[in-house]
Design a protein around this ligand. Structure first.
Ligand SMILES: Nc1ncnc2c1ncn2[C@@H]1O[C@H](COP(=O)(O)OP(=O)(O)OP(=O)(O)O)[C@@H](O)[C@H]1O
Length: 236
């Protein structure tokens, strides 16, 4: 089997009686950038959470990096920024640098000391996210857009192969959105990172993804054909 970053095979999922996803087949390939769009309540966030093992499907199979989800342990290969990443207690007493460093705990273990090279990595990602001047500021003092980028930096600090972002542009000012997408483009070019992105803002995201998949409980438009072009974008 060729490597797939994420594979969903005929997946169904319900919350109680409510069927939220039905017959989902999805393949995300190494280095591919996929945007998932669809109306409110169409199951986009649920699909991400299923992919990350937060819920168990009622039916079907899910693989991460060709490993069945239930056996998958290599979570440091995945960075995730949730929809509500920046709706935390704004008085939370941590600097931006500490928040970004916390993205390494999964790799290092919570009680292992950060080494100098770990802090170098933290600072490099902060720099790449355009936040160097704010590194020592409390996270709660930053703007919504800056916080969003801080959480993306935290997701990136462990050098993941897949970055999963749920609505990264909601409540974020235009320059920060712009900066975020340029950062994602750089990462893709430099490291071939794969991207799975849920967004309402398809116009902004479109130039930065290879495929747009429309979801409405089922996949309404898979966004690929037999001859997938590198920058194929499907409108509809
Ligand atoms: N924890 C939950 N318990 C019960 N129902 C839920 C839960 N989370 C989501 N739902 C329901 O599942 C459906 C899909 O929700 P989901 O959040 O995946 O949609 P979405 O496409 O991400 O929506 P939005 O664009 O509004 O964020 C909705 O009807 C929602 O109310």
């Amino acid at each position: 089997m060729n490597e797939t970053v994420l594979k969903m095979d005929d997946v169904d999922f319900s919350f109680g009686e409510q069927k939220v996803l039905e017959g989902i087949d999805l393949n995300l390939l190494p280095g591919e950038r996929m945007a998932l769009v669809g109306p409110n309540g169409s199951g986009k966030s649920t699909l991400l959470k299923l992919a990350l093992g937060a819920y168990r499907p009622d039916r079907g199979r899910i693989f991460l990096f060709n490993t069945p989800l239930r056996q998958f342990r290599d979570w440091s290969r995945i960075g995730y920024v949730s929809q509500k990443a920046n709706s935390f207690n704004q008085a939370f007493p941590a600097t931006l640098r500490e928040v970004v460093a916390s993205g390494l705990y999964g790799k290092l273990g919570l009680f292992r000391w950060m080494k100098e090279r770990d802090w170098h990595r933290v600072d490099a990602v902060i720099e790449q996210a355009g936040l160097a001047e704010l590194a020592h500021r409390n996270i709660g003092e930053l703007s919504g857009g800056q916080q969003q980028r801080a959480f993306v930096a935290r997701a990136l600090v462990g050098d993941p192969d897949l970055l999963v972002l749920d609505e990264p542009t909601v409540g974020v000012d235009a320059p920060s959105v712009d900066h975020l997408f340029r950062l994602l483009a750089d990462l893709h070019r430099e490291k071939g990172i794969s991207l799975l992105l849920v967004t309402h803002d398809i116009e902004t995201a479109k130039p930065y993804v290879d495929r747009v998949v429309r979801l409405n409980r089922r996949i309404a438009f898979p966004g690929n054909d037999e001859k997938r072009k590198p920058m194929q974008v499907v409108e509809g």
